[in-house]
Write a protein that binds this ligand. Structure first.
Ligand SMILES: [Zn+2]
Length: 321
């Protein structure tokens, strides 16, 4: 109740009387003009923009910066190979591992975990447990279906393309548990933290369970707008600014996330805008988003401090507002 009242006071009174300075150095709006404006300032990544026009200009520079940042690496090159881990833990014997590796090599496709399962050498649960050791990330043993209220926090196109699923939201600590079925995608988790202003905790589920979760999320309704083949940052910024005006959003959050540029407009019902790489630069590998810009704070992580054997369910129904 108290935070809601404070927000009301900040938005309706304080920012009208003492509008925060605009982040654009080229802003022409004077403090008096800002007071006269009926529209409250727009918050974006710890800065303030006085108008949709200034927001549009600021978005152009942010989009350019994200597009030019180095692509994130989600390599497992420096981790102990999954097969060796399973061998060391007695899930397999050497002959089984060699047979699975030979089958994988011969077929020229598939993950070793999949081959071990299809040859009957390992179970779903053993592969997930080994993945958990490989990525220092606890396996998620679901005793109930994930919290449906939180699945919408990650737009459905992102869930599908990245094979990730939010499974539990703890409002008190603003913590989101995100299920993976293969490599833990830390750059994407950082992008989620940036956009949702929360902390994320990765956990692992089997491929089969992830397929089921992705199928079941199909009916979730949420305001997501997908924009394909944009001509560049200017067009994307124009669209985002026009949505800010249309929805009356007071906060905008932006991050590169997988193949998309994700813009979240914080209005009473959050609206997500997803832009794909600009048409003119589709072949440019730098434009695979999923990176954290220099605007975004480096995130200290403490993983594996507590096993997610059974996720807490209290406060799970509340969501980011
Ligand atoms: Zn301005």
């Amino acid at each position: 109740m108290l935070p809601a009242l404070r927000e009301l006071w900040t938005n309706l009174v304080r920012h009208r009387i003492f509008p925060p300075s605009c982040a654009r150095l080229d802003c022409r709006s004077t403090p008096l003009a800002r007071i006269w404006h009926r529209r409250p300032p727009i918050r974006m990544q710890n800065t303030w923009l006085c108008s949709p026009q200034c927001l549009e200009l600021q978005l152009v520079s942010i989009f350019d910066r994200i597009a030019l940042a180095a692509p994130p690496s989600v390599s497992s090159r420096h981790r102990v190979p999954l097969g060796l881990l399973m061998l060391a833990h007695g899930y397999l014997n050497e002959i089984q591992l060699q047979s699975a590796l030979a089958a994988q090599h011969q077929a020229g496709r598939g993950k070793i975990g999949e081959w071990l399962q299809s040859l009957g050498f390992a179970t779903d649960r053993q592969v997930v447990a080994a993945l958990g050791m490989q990525w220092a990330c606890p396996p998620l043993l679901l005793r109930e279906f994930p919290d449906r209220q939180c699945t919408f926090l990650l737009p459905q196109p992102l869930q599908k393309v990245l094979r990730l699923m939010p499974v539990r939201w703890l409002a008190a600590t603003r913590t989101l548990y995100v299920a993976h079925s293969e490599k833990v995608n830390y750059p994407v988790l950082s992008a989620i933290e940036q956009v949702l202003d929360c902390r994320t905790v990765p956990c692992l589920v089997s491929d089969r369970l992830m397929d089921r979760l992705l199928e079941q999320t199909g009916t979730a309704s949420h305001h997501v707008r997908l924009f394909d083949r944009m001509s560049g940052s200017a067009e994307m910024s124009r669209i985002a600014a026009s949505y800010v005006v249309r929805t009356g959003a007071t906060e905008v959050r932006v991050a590169g996330c997988g193949p998309y540029l994700w813009v979240r407009l914080q209005d009473p019902d959050a609206t997500d805008l997803l832009f794909t790489a600009p048409r003119s630069a589709e072949k440019d590998p730098r434009l695979t988003f999923g990176t954290v810009t220099s605007l975004q704070q480096p995130l200290a992580r403490v993983f594996a401090e507590h096993a997610v054997r059974s996720l807490p369910t209290t406060q799970a129904s509340s969501h980011i507002g």
